[in-house]
Design a protein around this ligand. Sequence first.
Ligand code: PBG
Length: 327
Amino acid sequence: MNFDRHRRLRSSINMRNMVRETSIAKRDLIYPIFVVEKDDVKNEIASMPGIYQWSLNIVEEEIKNAYDSGIRAIMFFGIPNHKDECGTGAFDDDGVIQKATRLAKSLYPDLLVLADTCLCEYTDHGHCGVLDDHTHDVINDETLPLLVKTAVSQAKAGADIIAPSNMMDGFVAEIRKGLDEAGFINIPIMSYGIKYASAFYGPFRDAAESAPSHGDRKTYQMDPANRLEALRELQSDEKEGCDMMIVKPALSYLDIIRDVRNNSNLPIVAYNVSGEYSMTKAAAANGWIDEERVVMEQMLSMKRAGADMIITYFAKDICNYIDKGEY
Ligand code: PBG
């Protein structure tokens, strides 16, 4: 025969498993948890079935669920009681995230707690920084010191990794300097430096109650049409000293993950965002797709594109799949 027999390596499950190029492990997963400052709330997010807002006084249950599933990295998003112009709740040492971080670290000292360093959940206008009174645009350089204060406060509370998602220019350099000066030289920065102005964040903004009250985030988040711009962001963040790079969203941006992989030696993180979760959940709830198979195929696609880790709302489900299947 004058052709190649590719089917030889697909002949049985053990043969296929042996030649598998990519796999999903629990250690790849980072699980986001929404924490509310007020008491006694366990509120399912309508657009994110299976994901809840948890009050500080009961969030222990969800941290335990995650830990018992085998998850070893979580990320908190806070919904504070009080919001103001400058997002002061973000850098309050007794703020909702700081308290949740201290709680998680006291329950499970080995659990990695990632801190999302941004102001949008804490500002009354919902933007990621301080606004100019006239243009209503976020003022880059006045926002930076507030982000530094936030990161230092998160590190003081016990956060293991600082993950700044605000998209101000220079945030990696300034936060690195601030952490070092405060004595946190060993706390890594996982930069959300490649973050697109995406409609896929819609359900998250319901969950975190952080939709901007006017305008959009297009003057600081990236244009979905651009690919080279991602590499320019990568170069800046590497130069400024970031330790890991997030690409966000993930599934419509697999080409970007691959570009970053080919242009960087840093660990790469794919953020499988809220809208991606909601679409999959909605189709599965209608019986239109097989949820487990679709979720695992999505995870494989992110790893195949070059991601080392995945931030995903499916993390607990994936742990269950891994416990009973072969991935
Ligand atoms: C905060 C932040 C956002 C997300 C993560 N951190 C929202 C935004 O930029 O509006 C989105 C996550 C998701 O959609 O799952 N700046």
